[in-house]
Structures are given as C-alpha cells and as structure tokens.
Design a protein around this ligand. Structure first.
Ligand SMILES: Cc1cc2nc3c(=O)[nH]c(=O)nc-3n(C[C@H](O)[C@H](O)[C@H](O)COP(=O)(O)OP(=O)(O)OC[C@H]3O[C@@H](n4cnc5c(N)ncnc54)[C@H](O)[C@@H]3O)c2cc1C
Length: 390
C-alpha cells in the first residue's frame, strides 16, 4: 500500500500552495474588513486580476476537458488543489470551469453557453430545488408546457447559488406530469432576458447568498432544451453527484487552516502563567481535531480516487461528504473555542467559517440523504462492507 503523492501531484500541490501564500493570504485582512462592512466577495477587478495571475501560473479549467483548453486533471489532483484553496477565507476559484452537464450541450448551445461560461464571460446557475422539493427532488412542480415550437415555464425555484447574479439558469422543469419527475422532467437553458426574476435569500453565511427564482410563463424556444426532453432528472442527478468529493476536499482545507491557527495560538497565548497549550483540555481538542481531520482527508481522497479509476464513486462520495462536513464543523468550533473571545470576533476568519460550513451539511444532499445512500447501498447489496478491500 502506498499513500505517497506522485511527483506531479506534489508539484501541483506546492505550486497552488505558493499561489495561495503569495496572492491570497495577503488579501485576508482586507477581505475580512470588507465583510465587516457588509461585503461578501472580492471586488470584481481583483477577482479578474487573480484569475489572470492564476492562468499565468498555468491554473485554468481544472476539470475542463483539454479540447476546451482546460487541464482535465484527475479528481485526486483536483482535490489536492481544492484543499489548498480552502485554506484561506478569501473566496477564489480558478477560472475556466463550467457545470459538468453543459458539456452535453449541442453545438449551438456550446457556443452560446458553454464556451462563454468557461471564458468567464457568462455566469449560469443550476435550479432544481423548489419550496416544496429539496431532498425529495422528484416532487418538483415547476412546469413547462408546449406552445407551438416554444415552451412556457412557470414555477418557483429556491436556494439557487449564484441565482441573483447569473445571466442564465439551467432549469429543471416537468414537461410530462403523468410520467413524474424521474422520466417526465427536462433541463432548459433560460436566459435572464427571457423574463425570470430573482431575489437574494439572506442566510447564516456571509458569503455567497443563494436566491429564489420566479418563472411566470417564461417563453423558451425548443433549441434551449439541454439534452433530451424527459432526460432532465438524470442530468440533475449528474450535476448534484459531481460535487461531493470537491466539497469534502474543501472541508479538509478549511479544517487544516483552523487547526493550524489553533495550534499556533495555543503556543502563544498565556493564562495563569503558562501557555494554554500546556493544558490537557486544549491538547485534547487539538488531538481530536487532528485525528478526525486525518480520517476525513483519506475519505475525501478515496472518493476522488474512485472517480479516477472509473468506479461508481457515489458510495465513497456520500461517506466522504457525510464525514468531512461534520468534521469541519467540529474542528472550526474547537479552533474558535481555543481562541477564546478573539475567535468570536470578525477580526479572524473563524466565526465566518463557523457559520459558512454549516451549509455544507445541507446542500448537494443533506446528512440524512447521504445516510440514505450509504445504508441503501449496503441493504440492497450494491456495496460490500469494506469496499474495495472486501
Ligand atoms: C447555501 C445553499 C446553496 C444551495 N444551492 C443550490 C443550488 O445551486 N441549486 C439547487 O437546486 N439547490 C440548491 N440548494 C438547495 C439544497 O440542495 C436543499 O436545501 C437541500 O437539498 C435540502 O432540501 P430542503 O431544504 O428542501 O430540505 P428538506 O428536503 O425539506 O429536508 C428537511 C430535513 O428533513 C430531512 N429529510 C428529508 N427527507 C428525509 C428522509 N427521507 N429521511 C430522513 N430525513 C429526511 C433532511 O435531511 C433535512 O434535515 C442550496 C441550499 C443552500 C442552503
């Protein structure tokens, strides 16, 4: 058994680590000030400058196929990169990415949506969840009815990431009520100019507020159907499934940073004439965090490894997401506790992470949904206990 990274993986990881140290960490103080003043993201110019810089470093389109100019990196390598990027609260993603299901677009749609999205000229959002349909996505009621060659879409979507900024939405709507969502839903590419409206939803996290979207007989030509009529639910599940190992890697990165901060602070802060790190109460919090973090790291990388070897990664990804998202909550909480009153202030990124990571146990499948997947796989015999070691 070999737990070593390859030379290439190590080089890539180190380059991203250097990028984060040189370009992102120095912006943290300014970013935290911006958040204190009510901001939620870097100024657009700054984002553009950083993306251009990252592109100079060679980082652009991590998961994007080479034919679209991307790096087409293996999932494990992408995970290593996401771990590094998550070690700062400065919100930044490398450019050159598009939703995985957009690669199935036809030639005209690729020109209009996929390529400009990869280039950062257009921003899309993915709209599946509705006020009456979240975990039970099959209960969606947004309906698209035929009108000549066009479709007219009506309904409400909610909690849509980027929904207030996006200039188009990938909307999953019923097109055949009799067949239900699993066989009677279709994905549509819907420009904002077509007439849908959005309003931001204020949430517990300060960064990336989602939005609700409203469709009232929004007219969409037949050419805006993404994939097959009736194939929308399968596309939606592909979209939802792809991110779980990435979210897990994010959790590992955030937890690593929080634990580093906690260890540093425990070695500096003195009470009762000695460093707080000399107390067993603090040592145990550090030990538990390190142990859980290490377990999470291997679950996250194992899920990515399943993706790379072409295995069905759903089971491993569900376990990784379930464990990593809970782990990061506990580690941030302990790091905040170790920092005492300072941890509770907005001078440090800990309180922001404390709130932000909570969402990770909800979106792209709640804890309970991951547990349903894991137990169902075992109960139905799709997976054996012990996985590939069995
Ligand atoms: C910040 C954020 C961003 C999001 N971004 C997007 C996006 O871009 N696009 C999009 O389409 N959606 C998005 N979502 C929506 C997200 O996917 C849903 O919130 C999530 O799937 C849960 O659905 P729900 O909120 O309706 O909760 P519900 O499904 O109503 O669940 C309520 C509770 O019941 C539990 N539960 C439900 N069914 C079962 C069961 N069978 N057994 C046991 N427990 C159960 C759930 O786990 C949860 O604890 C986002 C949500 C958030 C918070």
């Amino acid at each position: 058994m070999d737990f070593e990274l390859s030379d290439e993986q190590r080089d890539i990881r180190d380059t991203v680590r250097a990028f984060v140290a040189k370009e992102l960490l120095p912006l943290e103080e300014d970013f935290l000030r911006l958040v204190r003043e009510g901001g939620a993201r870097l100024p657009r110019d700054e984002e553009r400058r950083l993306r251009a810089k990252a592109r100079e470093f060679g980082f652009w389109g991590l998961s994007t196929p080479e034919e679209y100019g991307g790096m087409a990196l293996p999932a494990v390598t992408q995970s290593l990169i996401h771990i590094e990027l998550a070690k700062t609260c400065v919100p930044f993603r490398f450019g050159g990415e598009a939703d995985n299901i957009l690669y199935g677009a036809d030639a005209a749609q690729q020109e209009e949506y996929l390529k400009p999205t990869i280039e950062g000229e257009r921003l899309g959002c993915f709209a599946l969840t509705e006020p009456g349909a979240g975990s039970d996505a099959g209960a969606i009621s947004t309906y698209a009815r035929r009108d000549g060659d066009d479709w007219l879409i009506s309904g409400e979507k909610t909690f849509i990431s980027n929904g207030h900024d996006a200039d188009y939405a990938i909307v999953i709507a019923l097109t055949d009520r009799d067949k239900g969502a699993h066989h009677g839903a279709t994905a549509f590419l819907v420009d904002r100019e077509a007439g849908w409206t959005s309003s931001p939803i204020s949430t517990m996290g300060s960064w990336h507020q989602p939005a609700s979207l409203s469709f009232d007989d929004v007219r969409v030509p037949a050419g805006k159907v993404l994939g097959e009529v009736g194939g929308g639910f399968q596309l939606a599940m592909r979209w939802v499934g792809k991110g779980r190992y990435v979210i897990s890697a994010h959790c590992v990165g955030i937890a690593e940073r929080c634990l580093t901060m906690a260890v540093d602070y425990a070695g500096l802060r003195e009470t009762f004439g000695r460093k707080i790190g000399r107390n067993q109460a603090i040592q145990w919090m550090i030990a538990d965090s390190e142990t859980e973090l290490e377990a999470a790291r291997w679950l996250a990388l194992r899920a990515a490894w399943d993706v790379d070897r072409g295995a069905d990664a759903r089971h491993a990804s569900a376990m990784a997401k379930l464990f990593c998202t809970a782990m990061v909550g506990r580690v941030v909480d302990r790091a905040l506790q170790i920092h005492g009153g300072m941890g509770y202030t907005k001078e440090l990124p800990l309180e922001g992470w404390y709130r932000a990571v909570r969402a990770m146990r909800i979106f792209e499948g709640t804890d309970e949904v991951q547990r349903l997947i894991i137990s169902r796989d075992l109960l139905r015999g799709h997976t054996r206990i012990g996985g590939h070691f069995a």
